[in-house]
Design a protein around this ligand. Structure first.
Ligand SMILES: [Zn+2]
Length: 324
């Protein structure tokens, strides 16, 4: 069964690759499948339901050829799984990941909407002025990881010390990614719960507007977070929008819609030359993103909004749940 599964995966990989070559498959180019090594640090195997996969009454997991494995469940399974993937990660931990059918669970509707600027100084800035910093424990874990990597690079190749150091690096890595994922989950769930519609800037577009350095520092975290927002919006019956077109969200005044000109990253606060509103750079950008989201939603519903219009209309900005 496991071998058949691998063959089916290979078949699909080739199909995707050839369909991508001939243009039958949309989206980014798909590379041909690669061989994996027995020595890869991340190993996985998939069992389907008809391979005698079974969750036993005492909480153990019955796997063919392996036996009954004790499992520490992170949560109860809502229905019978159609397959399970058992993964061993680089830090030597084992995970069981189940495929389950679920229904969307719409939350009660609210009027609140929110625009998010994924910033440099802060992890995220909302249009109501809330600023979310990356948590301290995450920064601490990142520091530890750096130290472990430095230690590893000083060990002699092929030595037992180097092996030990490599496990330490893998563990530190696991801790950083785990902490980051936990932070992303908590924040994205809260945002989706509290808002009916959420707008973020398209990351590809955002990357264009930023320097190379800033991009490399933040990309990984952002895209994981944005995709969480996207699937949670779907799951809970919320609207997820991407402000897709390139708009200079940090240059336009969110109060009167005037374009105030480019601002270097060092400018954290500025005054609109037209209406004299004092703006926090990131909060202003988040307000513009929220306005873009509202405008795009109107466009979709066939409203009379031309793309050439200014980013934020004064009345739009003023009608926001008391945000100033
Ligand atoms: Zn203004």
């Amino acid at each position: 069964m496991v071998l058949q599964q691998a063959l089916a995966d290979l078949n699909e990989a080739y199909r995707n690759f050839f369909n991508s070559l001939t243009g039958k498959r949309k989206g980014p180019k798909v590379a041909p499948p690669r061989f994996r090594s027995r020595k890869d640090s991340r190993q996985s195997v998939r069992f389907t339901a008809n391979a005698r996969l079974k969750v036993l009454g005492d909480g153990r997991l019955r796997l063919p050829k392996i036996g009954d494995v004790p499992v520490r469940w992170s949560r109860a399974l809502p229905s019978a799984p159609s397959s399970v993937t058992v993964i061993r990660d680089a830090a030597g931990r084992f995970f069981a990941s189940f495929v389950i059918e679920t229904e969307p669970r719409p939350l009660p509707e609210t009027d609140a909407e929110c625009g998010i600027d994924l910033g440099l100084g802060h992890f995220a800035v909302m249009d109501d002025g809330t600023k979310v910093a990356a948590p301290k424990f995450l920064r601490r874990a990142e520091k530890k990881l750096k130290r472990a990597q430095r230690d590893l690079s000083r060990k002699q190749k092929g030595s037992a010390n180097r092996d030990r150091a490599r496990v330490k690096v893998a563990r530190a890595h696991a801790r950083v990614t785990g902490a980051r994922r936990d932070f992303h989950h908590k924040l994205s769930t809260r945002i989706i719960r509290e808002n009916q519609a959420v707008t973020v800037e398209d990351l590809a577009v955002k990357a264009l507007a930023r320097t190379k350095l800033a991009k490399s520092v933040h990309d990984a975290g952002w895209s994981a977070f944005v995709s969480m927002l996207e699937y949670k919006a779907k799951l809970y019956g919320r609207e997820f929008r991407k402000a897709g077109r390139f708009e200079p969200t940090s240059q336009v005044c969110s109060a009167c819609g005037v374009k105030d000109g480019p601002k270097p990253l060092s400018v954290r606060e500025w005054t609109c030359h037209e209406c004299r509103t004092v703006h926090d750079r990131d909060v202003n950008a988040a307000k513009n993103i929220a306005a873009l989201g509202r405008r795009e939603a109107l466009n979709v519903r066939g409203g009379q909004v031309r793309p050439a219009e200014t980013l934020a209309q004064a009345d739009e900005a003023g009608s926001r749940r008391g945000a100033a």
